[in-house]
Design a protein around this ligand. Structure first.
Ligand SMILES: *[C@@H]1O[C@H](CO)[C@@H](O)[C@H](O)[C@H]1NC(C)=O
Ligand SMILES: *[C@@H]1O[C@H](CO)[C@@H](O)[C@H](O)[C@H]1NC(C)=O
Ligand SMILES: *[C@@H]1O[C@H](CO)[C@@H](O)[C@H](O)[C@H]1NC(C)=O
Ligand SMILES: *[C@@H]1O[C@H](CO)[C@@H](O)[C@H](O)[C@H]1NC(C)=O
Ligand SMILES: *[C@@H]1O[C@H](CO)[C@@H](O)[C@H](O)[C@H]1NC(C)=O
Ligand SMILES: *[C@@H]1O[C@H](CO)[C@@H](O)[C@H](O)[C@H]1NC(C)=O
Ligand SMILES: *[C@@H]1O[C@H](CO)[C@@H](O)[C@H](O)[C@H]1NC(C)=O
Ligand SMILES: *[C@@H]1O[C@H](CO)[C@@H](O)[C@H](O)[C@H]1NC(C)=O
Ligand SMILES: *[C@@H]1O[C@H](CO)[C@@H](O)[C@H](O)[C@H]1NC(C)=O
Length: 456
């Protein structure tokens, strides 16, 4: 008998599976693919009428801000800077830990939601992220921390023009921009990426003894993102004066993300619900990589599943107690031969002595979207800023009736085989002992009080 039962159960599953597949295909045929643009076009000088029409007039300024020039006498000289000027400016801003608009929105509290945004150079995306943040409810009670690995006056002007909440800028001090000819940039004495080990030893290049697990030597641009992510997290949790007693959530975003207006509401709801039915869920996540979004079914659904790097790295957050867990295993992150910060974190998650993997409390109707994906995976076709932005905006508008749910219902899943596959070796790119050492060094910096620097 059990055998028969098994067969019929199996049949039901197969039919169900096929049905889901069909639904998925139908949905993606009608509403799919918002990810069709290219980075090159996104950075073009373009603020088309169509895009502006989708943005409330009072926010047009974020799509149009250019370097300070007209706004009276700015407190700093604008214009191009050389590297030593940039380094000095970075040091000055990092020392000052200045919080813009604190006078209007009040000081950072221990439970203030901190939104950490990693910024490289994609200004057009960043403008739209800011527009989306500006429209989010309760954003005026958050702190936005923009973490930059590229110093650029136009980006700075944009960030400093934000007037809807508190803003801080932090600058990753070991960037390639400020170290073009030395580690962590590329030192002329470094081994060529593809040099063979014996050849490298013979050449006596600097890192000859430390190729990665594929036998390749480091490439600065691939290591920077992991360094920056790690530095930023260390800076925010361990070093800033304003986070000294902070116990609230730190949400991680990137410059090419876009948020739905109820994302802060969702964060509060996820935390309070998780405290009741999954207190061990360390990580909250607002994004998914689904290509279709069924808000009418999923708007108030939550999944509890093992955290997985490539699936739950968008719009995710955790608090200091989780950070402390991560810090205890810092070596699992810094010494793991993988240049991806998210895979490194997954490796750490899978190697917690006597503990389970991190669990994520995941919002199935996403509140954070990745608008920059096309730049990575597609090089062609109708990839253009207005197209992508207007698609995301339509999607968010369609989801509006399902936003601000008053409660969420959670289901636990074990996650697919992909979630649970144990990482053995990393993806490489992090074999250089200097990268591992710099990473560890970043954890050793203690809390730093604000220095009141004179901006002249
Ligand atoms: C960008 O667009 C503005 C307004 O359309 C135009 O005045 C300006 O010259 C353009 N700049 C570049 C670099 O194309
Ligand atoms: C400064 O702004 C004025 C008008 O607002 C413009 O004519 C001028 O070209 C700008 N200068 C620079 C350096 O951008
Ligand atoms: C800028 O400052 C200089 C001297 O500090 C002053 O002469 C000038 O009028 C100021 N310009 C503006 C637009 O405020
Ligand atoms: C950088 O520019 C400043 C002036 O802005 C100048 O004093 C300094 O010598 C320059 N440094 C280098 C290394 O060129
Ligand atoms: C924030 O936390 C710190 C350390 O726990 C505590 O000393 C401080 O009083 C708290 N601040 C507020 C406003 O609750
Ligand atoms: C921090 O996160 C943990 C989950 O890992 C949760 O149990 C705890 O309540 C959170 N702390 C605060 C102050 O929210
Ligand atoms: C698909 O798009 C249409 C029109 O934009 C919209 O009415 C519909 O609700 C969308 N369906 C889903 C599942 O998002
Ligand atoms: C982007 O697409 C829209 C409509 O599809 C078009 O009007 C606009 O000119 C395009 N922009 C660029 C820079 O190709
Ligand atoms: C790490 O810190 C040590 C001690 O301060 C220093 O000697 C070393 O050069 C640093 N390494 C890197 C890669 O920054």
């Amino acid at each position: 008998m059990p055998r028969l039962k098994y067969a019929s159960v199996l049949r039901v599953f197969v039919i169900l599976g096929l049905f889901c597949l069909w639904v998925q295909i139908m949905l993606s045929a009608s509403n799919g693919s918002i990810y069709r643009d290219s980075e090159e076009l996104m950075n073009a000088n373009e603020t088309s009428e169509q895009v502006l029409a989708l943005v409330p007039p009072e926010l047009h300024k974020y799509l149009q801000v250019h370097p300070k020039n007209n706004s009276a006498n700015s407190t700093e000289r604008s214009g191009p800077k050389n590297i030593s000027d940039i380094r000095r400016a970075i040091e000055k801003y990092n020392d000052a830990q200045y919080i813009y608009n604190e006078d209007i929105f009040g000081p950072v509290q221990n439970d203030t939601i901190i939104i950490a945004i990693q910024v490289h150079t994609r200004l057009t995306y960043l403008r739209h992220l800011i527009v989306s943040l500006a429209q989010a409810r309760d954003i005026d009670r958050a702190l936005l921390i923009f973490s930059h690995d590229y110093y650029d006056e136009e980006i700075n002007s944009l960030v400093r023009s934000i007037d809807f909440t508190k803003v801080m800028q932090i600058f990753y001090p070991y960037s390639i921009q400020t170290h073009p000819y030395e580690f962590p940039g590329t030192d002329p004495r470094d081994c060529p990426r593809d040099a063979k080990f014996e050849q490298a030893v013979k050449l006596k290049c600097l890192n000859a003894l430390h190729p990665d697990l594929h036998g390749h030597y480091r490439e600065a641009k691939y290591t920077q993102t992991k360094h920056h992510w790690w530095w930023k997290a260390n800076r925010i949790f361990n070093q800033l004066q304003c986070t000294q007693g902070h116990t609230g959530l730190v949400l991680f975003l990137e410059e090419d993300h876009y948020v739905a207006e109820d994302f802060i509401h969702m964060l509060h709801l996820l935390r309070s619900t998780a405290d009741k039915n999954c207190p061990q869920c360390e990580i909250l996540s607002l994004g998914t990589y689904l290509k279709t979004y069924q808000y009418h079914v999923n708007g108030d659904k939550v999944e509890i599943t093992p955290w997985h790097s490539s699936m739950h790295n968008m719009g995710f957050g955790f608090n200091r107690s989780v950070w402390n867990n991560i810090m205890e295993l810092e070596q699992q992150f810094c010494a793991y031969d993988d240049y991806n910060w998210d895979y490194s974190l997954l490796h750490l998650s899978q190697n917690r002595p006597g503990r389970e993997k991190f669990k994520v409390y995941l919002c199935k109707g996403p509140r954070v979207f990745h608008i920059g994906e096309c730049g990575f995976h597609h090089k062609k076709s109708n990839c253009n800023a207005s197209t992508v932005i207007s698609k995301v905006q339509k999607l968010v508008a369609n989801a509006k009736p399902y936003m601000y749910p008053s409660r969420v219902t959670a289901t636990a899943t074990a996650g697919g085989a992909k979630h649970n596959k144990r990482l053995t070796k990393g993806n490489g790119g992090w074999g250089d002992i200097r990268d591992q050492e710099l990473c560890t060094n970043m954890t050793k910096v203690g809390r730093q009080m604000k220095k009141y620097v004179y901006f002249a």
